[in-house]
Design a protein around this ligand. Structure first.
Ligand code: DOR
Length: 434
């Protein structure tokens, strides 16, 4: 930055390696008024700059989570938009899409407005998703147009799939007209019957009521067919089985506008964890087999899976610390996602960043603002990552109001050191700044 460009409140990220879709290069990054204003080696700081040390670090655009449960309104004892956004910022996220299974559900313009208002003071962008059906009850379409008019780009009944074929067809036709994405939690309730884990060898041994892989796969199969019928943009959430992924691979090869995500837990944990009877391992869709985990990893590598999502699902102890079949499903994810991807996936960091940042940005409908490039004039949503630091996961140390991490005590490699959201340093040296 030349001295004429300096002003109070500028930030200089110094000594890092910038990684973006155009490649990697050693460069400092200058930020002013929420934007990147300079990228280059040897940028000079002046006395007004806040200088961020990025020595040994990777500088990336901030991460985008397509799938977080922030629990507000209605379950503030488990999480709030504020606490969830703090965890997100600590995890390197600058945008999260908040799922609509709040109480009440985000199924009308007025609730969308409430969530947007709560999000104004968050530590990252929090974008509400809207429900496909009123009250997520699967019976009548929600007023998607009035929510889309407020900027909602993705709709889902997450926590449940839309079971009715005709209703889902109508939702897709409606979504096509609005140019929004329909995201599906694929679970046929008639087949899953509320099963608490994956149906297989382990559920038989443990005697835990279970749901078969086919409960997910049937809905993937149906939605591929409906996407073909309607031309809708369909996004499959948290895919967890080999067959589901194969169907998406085929549908993409056929040219359908289909995308999908996988969660960190579905590439790091299997149903064998349930042998502990610890409900922290209860999640929907459930943890699957070794072969399913392998399939998720292969699809992350070959591009079939478009994005890594967290499905961050905080739960208060009174809902989680119960017998396995009575506990709420879900696990924390925002603060461990990057480290799990770097530690567990044998992928180059560029690919991990694509899966966590610029590809989900495009899918979430914010790609016009965050396309992954770090260049003059781009929005200063950035994560500075130390790829080699080792740390041990601790639920108690997390920003979340809940503690249900399945990775307690696990040693991971790689962590976000600093996060910059719209030019503001929200995390510095691993500490949230507010
Ligand atoms: O495990 C899950 N928890 N899966 C879902 O689909 C919903 C989520 C939640 O809201 O807790």
């Amino acid at each position: 930055m030349s001295s004429s460009e300096q002003s109070q409140g500028t930030v200089l990220i110094r000594g890092g390696e910038v990684v973006d879709p155009t490649g990697r290069r050693r460069a400092d990054v200058g930020i002013r008024n929420g934007q990147v204003v300079a990228v280059g080696e040897g940028l000079e700081a002046d006395r007004h700059d806040r200088v961020i040390d990025a020595e040994g670090c990777i500088v990336s655009t901030g991460f985008v989570d397509l799938h977080s449960h922030l629990r507000e309104p209605g379950q503030e004892e488990a999480e709030t938009i504020e606490s969830g956004s703090r965890g997100a910022a600590l995890g390197g996220y600058t945008t999260v899409l908040a799922m609509p299974n709040t109480i009440p559900a985000i199924d009308s313009a007025s609730i969308v407005r409430d969530v947007m208002q709560l999000a104004e003071t968050a530590l990252c962008d929090v974008l509400p998703t809207g429900a496909i059906t009123k009250g997520r009850a699967g019976e009548q379409l929600a007023p998607m147009a009035e929510m889309a008019a407020l900027g909602v780009t993705m709709f889902t009944d997450d926590g449940a799939g839309v079971a009715d074929n005709t209703l889902m067809r109508r939702a897709m036709e409606y979504a096509t007209g609005l140019d929004v994405t329909l995201a599906q939690h694929c679970e046929d309730p008639a087949l899953s019957q509320g099963g608490s884990m994956h149906e297989g060898e382990w559920s038989s041994r443990l005697g835990i009521p279970a749901q078969p892989a086919e409960a997910e796969e049937l809905m993937v199969m149906r939605d591929v067919a409906l996407a073909k019928l309607t031309g809708a943009k369909a996004h499959f959430q948290h895919l967890s089985t080999r067959r589901s992924i194969e169907m998406v691979r085929d549908a993409k090869a056929f040219g359908l506008p289909i995308t999908c995500e996988a969660t960190t837990h579905h590439f790091t944990l299997t149903h064998a964890e349930c042998a502990s009877f610890n409900p922290v391992f209860k999640v929907n869709p459930p943890l699957r087999t070794d072969d399913d985990v392998l399939a998720v990893r292969e699809a992350l590598a070959d591009g079939t899976i478009d994005a890594i999502a967290t499905d961050h699902a905080p739960h208060a102890p009174e809902n989680k610390e119960l017998p396995f079949d009575q506990a709420s499903p879900g696990m924390l994810g925002l603060e461990t996602a990057l480290a799990l991807a770097l530690t567990e996936l044998d992928l180059p960091i560029e690919r991990v960043l694509a899966l966590m940042s610029w590809r989900p940005a495009r899918l979430g409908g914010i790609g016009h603002e965050v396309d992954g490039r770090i260049d003059e004039g781009t929005r200063a949503d950035l994560a500075v990552i130390d790829p080699s630091v080792q740390w041990t996961v601790s639920g108690a140390a997390m920003a979340s109001r809940s503690r249900n991490t399945p990775y307690e005590g696990r040693l991971l490699t790689g962590r976000v050191r600093h996060t910059i959201h719209r030019g503001e340093i929200v995390v510095m040296n691993g500490e949230a700044q507010r």
